[in-house]
Design a protein around this ligand. Structure first.
Ligand code: HEM
Length: 503
């Protein structure tokens, strides 16, 4: 005997509900049998989501770390999350057990907004492996050495722009950041100013970074039908934004790629030559991965490098003694007759300590980029279930008072020993992430930042802007947060009243 239509509908309605109940029950039993890491008590269904500072979640996590330790567990709505608060635990899990800690969480806005071309969001699998391999061939430490003369040249061009048009320092930092990546990946030389490709990247990132906020992702995850609403309908703005973003991302992927096809010597053109030798079926896979690897270099560099340079500029204004000390080191080692080059780097330990302190003081990714476990794990007696999001609280590590006394102050000397030599503590060991997903652009980033910082210190001075009466215009630095995934943010810094003057 078959059930009636109403009966079948009732069965259909009950099925998903029972699935949710069974999953929750299974999870409850599993978690009771296994000891989860400690953490704040969650509310039913909502978890701990309302206790987290949504603008700066790392601040909440740093407070919780003081109560629950280096590894704690939170539930954000239905999602299980583990937060790591020490470099030691991050290395033990994300580095040493990278086989099961290297996936990325699902983010509902990535595909609709055209961001799946960025392999930082690709799941842990064969496609990611190919993208990463192609990227690594160009950006690994020994290959990155080749870019240094170009990085120094781009830094000098940036100085010319800064001196010529000091007000728009943010735009010059951004041009510098993208010009290095565009030159390496596509063999493209940016214009000094108003470069069309830099503008394409700017447009694509502006809309994408705003779209990939946790709120938007949560909205789309809960109501996927929003993407199918007709354009005239209330609530369809997310769909229209997604379309615009996808178009911008496509433009950013395809336009410089076409440029590289016609030019020699770049990551893209070198690999296109290699591609000629492989069969037709593999060629499409290879070309897609190559496009992703290339555009990821632009996306990966742009915001991170620019924000770090903004942080440096802010530090120089707020800590003029540091600026003077750094300039004095350059004067005594390099002199005033020439500009610094990479050959001077080892003789400039104070500059190195300024760079380390810039990375530590305001880390651009205070919660890194989240990983996800691909199987159950046990660490230090605690159970970490499969599918748990794992975040590293970089902010908490960088503000650890035991490791960094007076951590909120900008103090480069903390990285120098009594003889003025560098200590073994380098924030690059945690700000670039961990394990198989650790930032593959970090060697290029380090050299770009060093070139820019040392060249600026040798040529210009940052100070507060003054009003007509010569009084300093007070300002409060603002950090806007956005991007990536659930409660993970990259800083974008805005400091309205700095002035840059040539030395
Ligand atoms: C100050 C500069 C930079 C910082 C602080 C930074 C930081 C990071 C962090 C924290 C991650 C995630 C690591 C993890 O999941 O554990 C990451 C990933 C990534 N970064 Fe960077 N980055 C910087 C510059 C760059 C540059 C210059 C490039 C390109 C040349 C780049 C390309 C990438 C890519 C492609 C990924 C994704 C890796 C993957 O998912 O496998 N980054 N970066």
């Amino acid at each position: 005997m078959f059930p009636s239509v109403d009966g079948r509908l009732a069965i259909l309605a009950v099925l998903p509900a029972s699935f949710v109940v069974i999953t929750a029950l299974k999870r409850f039993i599993r978690n009771r049998q296994n000891k989860l890491p400690p953490g704040p008590v969650p509310l039913p269904l909502l978890g701990n989501v309302f206790s987290v500072d949504t603008k700066a979640p790392w601040l909440t996590y740093t407070e919780w770390a003081a109560a629950y330790g280096d590894l704690f567990f939170v539930r954000l709505l239905g999602q299980e999350v583990v937060v790591i608060n020490s470099q030691h635990v991050a290395e033990a899990l994300l580095d040493k057990r990278s086989r099961i800690y290297s996936d990325r969480p699902y983010l509902a806005t990535v595909d609709p907004f055209g961001w799946s071309v960025v392999f930082a969001f690709t799941g842990y699998g064969d496609e990611w492996r190919l993208c990463r391999r192609l990227f690594h061939q160009t950006f690994r430490p020994d290959s990155s050495l080749k870019f240094r003369p170009m990085q120094i040249n781009q830094a000098r061009r940036m100085i010319a722009n800064l001196i010529d048009d000091p007000q728009h320092y943010h735009s010059h930092f951004a041009t510098f950041s993208s010009s290095v990546a565009m030159s390496v990946t596509y063999g493209y030389q940016t214009n000094h100013r108003d470069d069309p490709l830099v503008r394409i990247a700017e447009n694509a990132l502006a809309i994408g970074l705003a779209a990939l906020t946790p709120e938007r992702a949560a909205l789309l995850k809960a109501f996927p039908f929003l993407l199918r609403l007709p354009d005239w309908c209330w609530g369809s703005s997310i769909k229209r934004d997604a379309r615009t973003s996808t178009n911008h991302m496509r433009e950013m992927t395809d336009v410089p790629f076409r440029h590289a096809q016609d030019h020699m010597v770049s990551m893209v053109s070198d690999n296109l030559h290699r591609m000629e030798k492989i069969n037709q079926a593999s060629r499409l896979i290879f070309e897609t991965a190559l496009k992703k690897a290339a555009v990821s270099a632009i996306v990966g560099s742009y915001e991170t490098t620019t924000s770090t340079l903004m942080t440096f500029a802010l530090a120089m204004v707020l800590y003029p003694d540091v600026q003077r000390h750094a300039q004095a080191e350059i004067d005594s080692v390099v002199g005033r007759d020439r500009l610094p080059t990479f050959e001077d780097r080892t003789s400039l330990p104070y500059i190195e300590s300024v760079l380390r302190e810039t990375l530590r003081w305001q880390p651009v990714a205070p919660l890194g980029v989240p990983h996800v476990t691909t199987s159950d794990d046990t660490y230090d007696g605690y159970f970490i279930p499969k599918g748990t999001i794992v975040m590293c609280n970089v902010w908490g590590i960088s503000r650890d008072e035991k490791r960094y006394p007076e951590a909120s102050r900008f103090m480069p000397e903390r990285f120098l020993d009594v003889n003025g030599g560098l200590t073994d503590d380098n924030p690059a060991g945690y700000v670039f992430g961990f394990g198989r997903r650790a930032c593959p652009g970090r060697y290029a980033a380090d050299a770009s930042l060093w070139s820019a910082v040392v060249t600026m210190l040798a040529t210009v001075e940052f100070s507060s802007a003054k009003d007509d009466q010569g009084k300093v215009i007070e300002f409060t630095p603002q950090f806007t947060t956005g991007i990536t995934w659930y409660l993970v943010f990259l800083y974008h810094s805005i400091f309205p009243s700095l002035i840059v003057s040539s030395l």
